[in-house]
Write a protein that binds this ligand. Structure first.
Ligand code: FMN
Length: 141
C-alpha cells in the first residue's frame, strides 16, 4: 500500500453557497473519508478552494475523481503529489480552515501577495502554509 499526499486547488462556482455547503461537504467527508481512511484539510477563501488529501494511492485518486464531479467548483489543478511515509493530518477526516483564518499576513509569508490565490503559489508553499495554518486554526472537522 502506497501512502500519498495530494494538494489541489479549484475555483468556487456560482453553485457554492458558502458556510451551508461547507457544512455538507464536511459532513460527507466525515462519513466517507473515515471508511476509506483518508485524512486531510480543506480551506476556502477569495473564491478558491485548497484541499490536501492523504491516504492510500488508490483511495486518494478515487476520491479526487469523485470530488472533481462536484459542480460547486471548477478548474481543478493538482499542485503537489507525493509518496509519503507518514500523514500530517492524521487526526482529521477533513480538517477545516474557515476564510477568517486565512490571514493576509500568513498568505504573504508563503506567496507574493496578501490575497489568497493558490494558483499563483508553488505546491511546496501551499503545503507549508496549510501546515502552519493547521497548527492553531482548525475550528471543526
Ligand atoms: C472542494 C470540495 C472538497 C470535497 N471534499 C470531500 C472529501 O474529502 N470527502 C468526501 O466524501 N466528499 C468531499 N466533497 C463532496 C463530494 O464532492 C460529494 O458531494 C460527496 O462526497 C457525496 O457524498 P455521498 O457519496 O456520500 O453522497 C468535496 C466537495 C468539494 C466541492
Amino acid at each position: 500500500m502506497h501512502l500519498i499526499r495530494m494538494i489541489y486547488a479549484s475555483k468556487i462556482s456560482s453553485r457554492f453557497t458558502g458556510e451551508e455547503d461547507i457544512e455538507s461537504i464536511l459532513a460527507n467527508s466525515r462519513d466517507n473519508n473515515q471508511v476509506i481512511n483518508i485524512s486531510g484539510i480543506l480551506c476556502y477563501s477569495n473564491d478558491y478552494f485548497l484541499q490536501c488529501l492523504e491516504g492510500s494511492r488508490i483511495n486518494v485518486n478515487q476520491l479526487y475523481h469523485k470530488i472533481l464531479l462536484d459542480d460547486r467548483h471548477y478548474d481543478p489543478a493538482i499542485l503537489k503529489y507525493d509518496e509519503i511515509v507518514e500523514r500530517d493530518f492524521a487526526e482529521w477526516g477533513m480538517a477545516y480552515l474557515p476564510p477568517s483564518k486565512i490571514t493576509g499576513t500568513l498568505v504573504s509569508k508563503y506567496s507574493g501577495d496578501r490575497k489568497f490565490n493558490p494558483y499563483s503559489m508553488s505546491g511546496d508553499s501551499c503545503y507549508a502554509m496549510l501546515k502552519e495554518m493547521a497548527l492553531f486554526n482548525i475550528v471543526k472537522q
